[in-house]
Design a protein around this ligand. Structure first.
Ligand SMILES: N[C@@H](CCC(=O)N[C@@H](CS)C(=O)NCC(=O)O)C(=O)O
Length: 219
């Protein structure tokens, strides 16, 4: 069987691509990366050739095509159950999957009003809108709860960095880019994500990109 190829969008903008890329990279899982620039002239044909949903990320593994971020992470976990993608403890793993699903399905106001753009440095205090404060409050409640209950073994939600942290990483960048004030626990967690080597590798590449995409097209 061929190796893994993770098809992603622009690193500056694609929050969904960031999630499995960080999870796999931090876990030390070997994969090739293929970047299709979002909404370029070639985008429709290029994405249709690899992804039945016409969205990134998508994971290619021989005959297997896996769409949807959480399904990609679960497929990688099936292939590499000892890579630490999810916490080893069953209760922690259940909570990690719960909050990962909540992230996947929710936080629409935060996503709409605070699109990811790692290159922008002029957005402090912006991005507010209906529902954003409630989304931010719930995110911070999750982070405080996980850090208090499961975080003793490291700086992340369940101690060591895991898939749940990867799911929240684009939120960490949003709260940073848009200058949202955080309490000490959440600020420390945010710093841990922003200084993770895998995240810095992603951001360094993002900062070198020159594509410009309308932010209202990005989720
Ligand atoms: N539910 C999908 C969301 C994927 C998604 O919306 N990706 C965006 C880029 S961040 C995309 O491909 N947009 C292209 C489009 O909507 O045409 C997942 O979990 O992977």
């Amino acid at each position: 069987m061929d190796g893994l190829t993770l098809v992603i969008g622009n690193k500056n903008y694609s929050s969904w691509s960031m999630r499995p890329w960080l999870a796999l990279r931090h876990a030390g899982i070997d994969f090739d990366e293929r970047l299709i620039p979002l909404f370029d002239a070639d985008w429709p044909a290029a994405i249709a050739a690899v992804s039945p949903t016409r969205k990134v990320p998508v994971l290619l593994h021989g005959e297997v095509t896996v769409c949807e971020t959480l399904a990609i992470i679960e497929y990688a976990h099936d292939l590499y159950p000892d890579a630490g993608l999810w916490p080893a403890d069953r209760t922690a793993r259940a909570v990690a999957r719960s909050i990962a699903c909540e992230m996947h399905a929710g936080f629409g106001a935060l996503r709409n009003h605070m699109p990811v753009n790692l290159r922008r440095t002029d957005l402090k205090g912006k991005g507010r809108g209906p529902g954003v404060e409630a989304d931010v409050a719930r995110v911070c409640e999750i982070w405080r709860d996980c850090r208090a209950r499961f975080g003793a073994g490291g700086d992340f939600l369940f101690g060591p960095f895991c898939a749940a942290d990867a799911m929240f990483a684009p939120v960490v960048t949003r709260l940073d880019t848009y200058g949202v004030d955080l309490d000490d626990t959440c600020a420390a967690y945010s710093r841990a994500v922003l200084t993770l080597p895998a995240f810095q590798e992603w951001r360094d590449a993002a900062l070198k990109e020159t594509w410009v995409v309308a932010e209202d097209e990005i989720d």
